[in-house]
Design a protein around this ligand. Sequence first.
Ligand SMILES: Cc1ncc(C[n+]2csc(CCOP(=O)(O)OP(=O)(O)O)c2C)c(N)n1
Ligand SMILES: [Mg+2]
Length: 823
Amino acid sequence: MPKSLPILPETSRAKGRIDFQPIMVNEYQRGVADELKAGTISKADLIRMQRDMMIIRSFENMLDAVKKQGVFAGIEYNHRGPAHLSIGQEATAVGQCYLLGVDDHVYGSHRSHGEILAKGLSAIAKLDDAALKGIMSSYFGGAILKVVEQGFSGTTNELAMDFLIYGSLAEIFARETGINKGMGGSMHAYFPPFGIYPNNAIVGGSGDIAVGAALFKLCNQQKGIVIANIGDASAGCGPVWEGLCFATMDQFRQLWPAPYNKGLPVIINFNNNFYGMGGQPVGETMGFGMLARMGAGLNPEQMHAERIDGFNPLAVIDAIRRKKKIIEDGKGPVLLDTVTYRFSGHSPSDASSYRSKEEIEAWQKHDPLTCFAQDLIKNGVLTDADLKKMQADIDALILRCYKKSIDLVISPRVNLKVNGNLLEQTMFSNGKVEKLLDRKPDVLIPTIAENPRSKQLAGKARIGIGADGKALPKAASIQYRDALFEAIIDRFYTDPTMVAYGEENRDWGGAFAVYRGLTEALPYNRLFNSPISEASIVGTAVGYALEGGRPLVELMYCDFMGRAGDEIFNQMAKWQSMSAGILKMPVVLRVSVGAKYGAQHSQDWTALCAHIPGLKVCFPATPYDAKGLMYSALTGTDPVVFFESQRSYDQVELFTPVPEGRYEVAFGDPDVKKVGKDLTILTVGATLYRAMEAAKQLEEKWGISVELIDARSIVHFDYTKVLASVRKTRKILLASDACVRGSVLQTMAADITTMAFNDLDAPPVIVGARNWITPPDELEDAFFPFPVDFLDAIHTHIIPLKGYTPARVCDEGELVRRGKLGV
Ligand SMILES: Cc1ncc(C[n+]2csc(CCOP(=O)(O)OP(=O)(O)O)c2C)c(N)n1
Ligand SMILES: [Mg+2]
């Protein structure tokens, strides 16, 4: 879309051909002798790599025994949770981590115990004693350290290994002394001080999150690279492809200004063990033949894709060394197809019905642990006796950690049955932060006041009602979209980490002109168009936030939320609590609710978001509330789904003048828009204005005084004002544009009934959209709630309105009929 990139028919229509480059397959064919001769890896490091692979193998053998037999080393334990083991895959993890520092971040999958240990052991080998002590003593106030110190004698480095092994095992066993207090568990554990970032139980989940992590590093000039470790079968997941598309966007190098004009520092690494659970990508569920081929279609560099031998740790080191250089030269991203094999089943209950014994045995003959050990012995790096001693030390380490981690006194579980428990504290972090890094924000216009849009707004009234009490012309007053703009631009000038992206965010000015004026003010590295990839818009935002930044992303229509379902519901919502509050998720997701474009562009899905624990959800209806809530969202530390109605973008303020400067509207605080005494109407979103019209008719025609409350936010929601109102009026109607069945209004009505049953003269009544598809705009009055629907419901269920005949029947018989038909 940028005018600097003209699309010309002469070039677009010219005859030509696309030539692909060869993709290397297992190019590395060297061994220990070659590396020693070249002096690339020291003997001590070679020995450590063998040790680390053996630690991972012993750790997982122990878990395998616990899961299958309920006993390890003669000590019984029943582990109820999952254990997806990677026995056989150790060399891929250890080789990958050899060159990585703590600033290099790895994201993983459901099968990442080995990757956690490999990254941790690599970090421990690189950090000095002071750094290790600092990490261990500050992490959860030294709680894990206290356990591992007990009865321990050895070096700090060895203590750190106990810390890592015990902390990981305690995490898998759901103990408070685990690295995520047991809230992450086997599939979601992480430990940021060692550069171990979220492992994800959603197959391919890291495929877009890691791209967002790399975006953070690029946009904020942070050190290190990011690696996504995902399985071969995840190559079929939409979000993985979306992550790849996002990662390879031309704009990074073509449009972004220096020093940001570099490829994303990310390696998408497929740990290719040739199976999903039982399905086989090659020959059955995919068609790529070799996974590395995928890189060929993504950008002219083919993502520097390569197949490498993950059964040889040296081959993996060689690849990471070369690919890191490519990334440091600004030429990322990279795709790797790392060949490996799991001897273990997908999970302990897997009977390997999909593969033969002979196949497993053939791979076992190539077992990296024995093959690498033999190579080390052959080259005089290790002796058999060294190897035996190494195994004995590892056995003692694993047993020590096992005994401590199953002991409920040493390793208790979190008590979730008391008020203020861990999850009550970590579902939301409720922080307030003006800026997330101390850098100067990149802007193109020195001050907000000089922005052309700000100048234009400076001449407008701050409320849409003139001194004479009459409505001003719409253009004379600040509108809802302007109020959002004011909050957003303010944050851009304060928080250097803030970035905004989504579809048509830049030159277009945002789909609904909220961002008009931002294009002039912000360089590409802070405001850009994304691919039409809703999953990666949200998924990358999750990664960006996990790394410490503040993304403001947008879904053009609420209806597109399904495309980003996992990213919103499983990723954005859950990582704060799954990390026991270590990491924050300050993602603000703007979602526009349509009204005019029919069935797939006009749905209010607040209920979906409110249903998922961990998301803050708001739906302001007025410019004042929109600006104040946006300011709260963009200074908070929690994930927010910010609903905006397309009915509202040109709405002027009718209640409270919109201040020019900063102010907050707190989440959870509904607003009494009009005081009344006979009936409470509680609205969510743009329905407020139709409720106002209904209230006017009720007062003028029937003398019923309505108290009008705008929910403003849905999660949180403080019922205090609503209950006080209901205790006064003894009647309440709840209204929104969402389909009634399963809506947030149902929850609110049920809660109000529970809390104020004795104070009510009638049941709380809900007026919403019908449980239909949204019909064309021309028929909207049959579907969305309009004033007449309020009157019908009030007359039928709350107070008979003298002389009133309902326009549409909505009595018990009708509700039963609709229920039976599911409409
Ligand atoms: C989105 C999603 N779909 C399905 C599953 C169930 N599942 C768990 S692991 C797995 C196979 C994944 O295969 P691959 O990506 O190759 O990783 P591997 O298990 O081989 O490490 C499946 C289907 C899931 N966890 N998430
Ligand atoms: Mg696999």
